[in-house]
Design a protein around this ligand. Structure first.
Ligand SMILES: CC(C)(COP(=O)(O)OP(=O)(O)OC[C@H]1O[C@@H](n2cnc3c(N)ncnc32)[C@H](O)[C@@H]1OP(=O)(O)O)[C@@H](O)C(=O)NCCC(=O)NCCS
Length: 349
């Protein structure tokens, strides 16, 4: 098909075009996974406001590809500000009715140009792959990106099998004697805040990152509070559990539930400090969260989690709880060379 006349428009989360920008992301997600409600626009708006507000741990900017007055494609560029100074995270989505006309390529070229202008030399993106024919994979390959990390998505349909959950709980309790289980929601208790920051930082070194060009993040209590406030602003509640030893938090797990559409929850980070592994703390905490979820948020029907196949201990816990494979999530990178800084100024096609 021939390229349409296309305008690239800078926009912010409170601009008149932003709902249409959000709808492109939603339509794109619906095309990939028709059975799942996409993230609500309010979530994208709240994230957008965080990215454009000064002083946060991430900056960002948005562009719309406008065709005949309507938004046909969406670009979001996200820049870590407290660490990873060479990295930019790029999201590109094209409305299913406007695909294969070069809009994705044009938005990607704009993302590369903006990243280069911000001094970033390594770009990262994620692609949801429900099946083997996800368009994002071919698109990324065509543009010279490399797949650095492959994670299997697994879903648990709730309520979990009671026998399986009780078995996991009983074994975890036996193996974790001497540790105290704690739970909280949305806000880490003040006394645990500094330990929680250490755990979040370890997440960026200990969880498998494949060949992604990312380095250790910097976390402190203030950043944990920013992170927590960001979930609340995005309409999510976060159900957490932790394990304590000698008064210190040595492990945690977070589960995020979007309150506007609580049917599907997302497993976020789970980490046990290296020196406390081997006591079934991961299973203990995840079982506790499942119990809390049943009591507080019985509307949740499904939990999605993502694991690298190399992360055997975490996969084993999830399989024991009844999680089943549901596609994959791939993470890709592009290292900019000086020639690409030039190329970034022209359209990709
Ligand atoms: C991936 C996506 C952005 C592509 O948008 P698009 O406007 O169709 O992309 P383009 O027209 O610029 O495609 C450029 C090239 O990518 C490849 N490509 C794109 N979609 C493809 C598909 N479905 N199958 C095979 N190749 C594909 C082709 O080589 C294409 O060139 P061609 O049309 O001349 O053959 C769009 O499908 C989308 O929004 N997918 C969901 C979100 C996503 O995965 N984003 C990518 C990560 S940021």
């Amino acid at each position: 098909m021939t390229s349409p006349a296309l305008d690239l428009v800078e926009l912010g989360p409170d601009d008149a075009l932003f709902p249409a920008w959000c709808e492109v992301l939603a339509a794109s997600q619906r095309a990939d996974r028709p059975e799942e409600p996409p993230r609500p626009a309010s979530d994208q708006v709240a994230l957008g406001r965080q990215l454009v507000a000064p002083g946060g741990s991430r900056d960002g900017t948005h562009r719309a590809a406008v065709v005949d007055g309507g938004v046909a494609g969406a670009l979001r560029l996200l820049l870590p500000m407290k660490d990873n100074p060479t990295v930019a995270v790029v999201d590109v989505a094209v409305h299913p009715e406007h695909r294969r006309r070069g809009i994705g390529g044009t938005l990607l070229a704009e993302g590369i140009r903006l990243a280069a202008a911000a001094g970033r030399t390594e770009l990262i993106t994620e692609i949801d792959e429900p099946g083997a024919d996800a368009p994002g994979r071919e698109f990324a390959l065509r543009h010279g990106w490399t797949c650095d990390l492959l994670e299997t998505r697994r879903d648990l349909v709730l309520p979990p099998d009671e026998q399986a959950l009780s078995d996991v709980e009983a074994e975890a309790r036996r193996a974790s004697a001497g540790y105290e289980l704690v739970t909280w929601r949305d806000r880490t208790p003040d006394a645990l805040l500094d330990d929680r920051a250490v755990l979040e930082q370890r997440m960026t070194t200990d969880a498998p990152q494949g060949d992604l060009p990312v380095s250790e993040e910097r976390w402190d209590g203030e950043r944990i509070r920013e992170y927590e406030a960001s979930h609340v602003a995005r309409g999510r509640t976060v159900v957490s559990a932790g394990a304590m030893k000698d008064g210190r938090l040595v492990a945690y797990t977070d589960l995020q539930v979007p309150l506007a559409q609580p049917e599907r929850a997302h497993q976020a980070g789970t980490l046990v400090l290296r020196e406390h592994r081997g006591h079934r703390l991961g299973a203990l905490m995840k079982a506790a969260v499942l119990r809390d979820l049943a009591a507080m948020l019985p509307q949740v029907r499904r939990i999605s989690t993502y694991n690298s196949d190399s992360n055997r201990p975490m996969v084993a816990v999830n399989e024991a709880l009844g999680f089943q494979p549901a596609g994959q999530l791939s993470s890709w990178s592009l290292r900019l060379r000086p020639s690409e800084w030039d190329r970034a100024t022209v359209s990709a096609r």
